[in-house]
Design a protein around this ligand. Structure first.
Ligand code: ARG
Length: 500
């Protein structure tokens, strides 16, 4: 079979090394299904616009069904990409007089950009769903731990008492923003470049709105030069993923340190642990370490995308082919990291006794004691900070007598004379009281955290509905595409054709 791409202009054929260097076939497995959808929509539109005859339209569509059934393996992998190998296979099956008409008014430049967007939008929706599940798991775990004391940290030093729920809700908030970013990225991914051809559009009377609508796009990328040149939607998506991974890596780091005996806050389920090939006693939090490690992979993909696109002149340049595999690596890594993190959190055992015991180590109630001195004795916070700071140098919890003594040395007067009592000091040093006092919006008081959990659950429910709408809009469009295709081919196997 002669090479349908090179046979005209070029005479010598590339050797294996050159094919390996220039081919995108291995990454193109991601867009095989999408390419068939794009070919179908384009072909239907070509006929509707009177550009190809009905018999050719039918022949091409039937051929595309055959190719889909045969699968990507059947394609000639010595071609430089999926688009040309698929077209070549089509010509093998239905002949050039029919198959050779499919690429009218089109270039691989608008074709590939459309395919990437179709696959990526599905990946983004799936990622958003998985993030939502992670968020739900964090909230579930939080709702069972609204009274579970733990030390809160700054600089990884014991800082103030908080609850495990408060900590988990913090992560849940971050994941909520990640979901928003994924949905925002989707809104710019789901715009259709098809019909832009190489870059200057085409003299054929294509109906760009028709193909965009059959393929489930929300709108067109208007300017045909921009449409084939830009990969900013990849940068934006990878950036959202970089952010997700950074957030996951922070959870992963905590899971790693919390499972050490020095902390012993949690124990991972064995499913998420590994052991040592030499030290038989070891239980290692490898899955969390890999989430942390894979963050580097996704950040690397984002950096690659930014570097690849920097200073590229308009319009299409083959450099852009290098961009796409970075996107697939990023999305595959991020999606699996989200699922694994969810699993780790859902199944981990929480050592509430150990957390509670450590919640007061390091005089974590010092801030509340200083606040109490301010409220009761009316002294400035800065002075209270100094008094409690001096007391913090001593071991053990301060007594009223010691507070008075230190206050005397600093203020020239004790604080019991200003109304400070033993009971007040005791209350300030009680971690449960510390937490219950922090009841303002966003604080760790159990009722406030329960309110936050409820709000976040409601928000998650709303996002779930938005995602369902986005999904069903795409499905409806593709259904319409297959109804059209069925009219030509009589082939009713469309429900088996998967998305992307
Ligand atoms: N494999 C190419 C890519 O991923 C498809 C477009 C090729 N276009 C071209 N003019 N060589 O970008």
């Amino acid at each position: 079979m002669s090479d349908i791409l090179r046979r005209g202009r070029l005479s010598s054929t590339p050797d294996e090394d050159m094919i390996g260097f220039t081919s995108s076939m291995s990454a193109d497995k991601w867009i095989f299904e999408a390419d068939i959808l794009v070919d179908m929509a384009h072909t239907v539109m070509l006929h509707e616009q009177g550009i190809i005859k009905e018999k050719d339209c039918t022949g091409i569509l039937k051929g595309l069904f055959t190719i889909r059934e045969e699968g990507i393996e059947r394609l000639d992998h010595s071609y430089e990409d999926i688009h040309i190998s698929l077209e070549s296979r089509l010509i093998d099956i239905v002949g050039e007089d029919t198959g050779g008409r499919m690429h009218s008014g089109r270039s691989r430049n608008d074709e590939v950009a459309t395919c990437i967007r179709i696959r990526l939008r599905d990946e983004l929706l799936a990622l958003a769903e998985e993030l939502l599940e992670l968020r739900t798991t964090l909230l579930e775990k939080a709702s069972g731990n609204t009274e579970t004391l733990m030390p809160g940290f700054t600089h990884l030093q014991h800082a103030q008492p908080t609850t495990f729920a408060h900590h988990l809700v913090a992560h849940s908030n971050a994941i909520g923003r990640d979901i928003e970013r994924v949905i925002a990225a989707f809104s710019r991914v789901n715009r259709c470049p098809l019909g832009s051809a190489a870059f200057a559009s085409t003299g054929f009377g294509l109906d760009r709105n028709r193909t965009a609508s059959l393929l489930g796009f929300d709108s067109l990328l208007g300017n045909s030069m921009d449409a084939v040149s830009t990969r900013d939607f990849l940068i934006e998506s990878a950036s959202a993923m970089g952010n997700i991974m950074v957030n996951l890596s922070r959870m992963a780091e905590e899971i790693i340190i919390w499972s050490s005996p020095e902390f012993s806050f949690i124990e991972l389920d064995d499913m998420y642990a590994s052991t040592s090939s030499i030290m038989p006693q070891k239980k290692n939090p490898d899955s969390a370490e890999l989430v942390r490690g894979k963050t580097g992979t996704v950040i690397g993909a984002l950096m690659a995308l930014l570097s690849l696109c920097k200073a590229l002149p308009l319009s299409y340049n083959r450099d852009l082919q290098e961009a796409t595999p970075n996107m697939w690596r990023a999305v595959e890594t991020t999606r699996s990291a989200v699922r694994i993190t969810r699993g780790m959190i859902a199944s981990m055992k929480v050592d509430t006794a150990s957390m509670a015991e450590k919640s007061v180590i390091g005089f974590t109630t010092a801030t509340e004691l200083a606040d109490t001195l301010v409220r009761v004795a009316g002294i400035p916070f800065r002075t209270a900070h100094q008094i409690v700071g001096v007391l913090a140098r001593e071991s053990g919890n301060p007594t009223l007598a010691r507070i008075d003594a230190v206050a005397c040395s600093i203020l020239g007067e004790g604080l019991s004379s200003r109304g400070l009592t033993d009971a007040m000091v005791k209350e300030a040093l009680d971690p449960v009281m510390n937490i219950s006092k922090r009841a303002i919006t966003g604080g760790p008081a159990p009722d406030e955290v329960r309110r936050a959990i409820k709000m976040q659950r409601e928000e998650a429910g709303r996002v779930q509905e938005i995602l369902e709408d986005m999904n069903s809009k795409i499905e409806e469009s593709l259904k319409q595409l297959f109804i059209e295709v069925e009219e030509y081919t009589g082939n009713t196997t469309y429900p088996q054709v998967t998305r992307g």
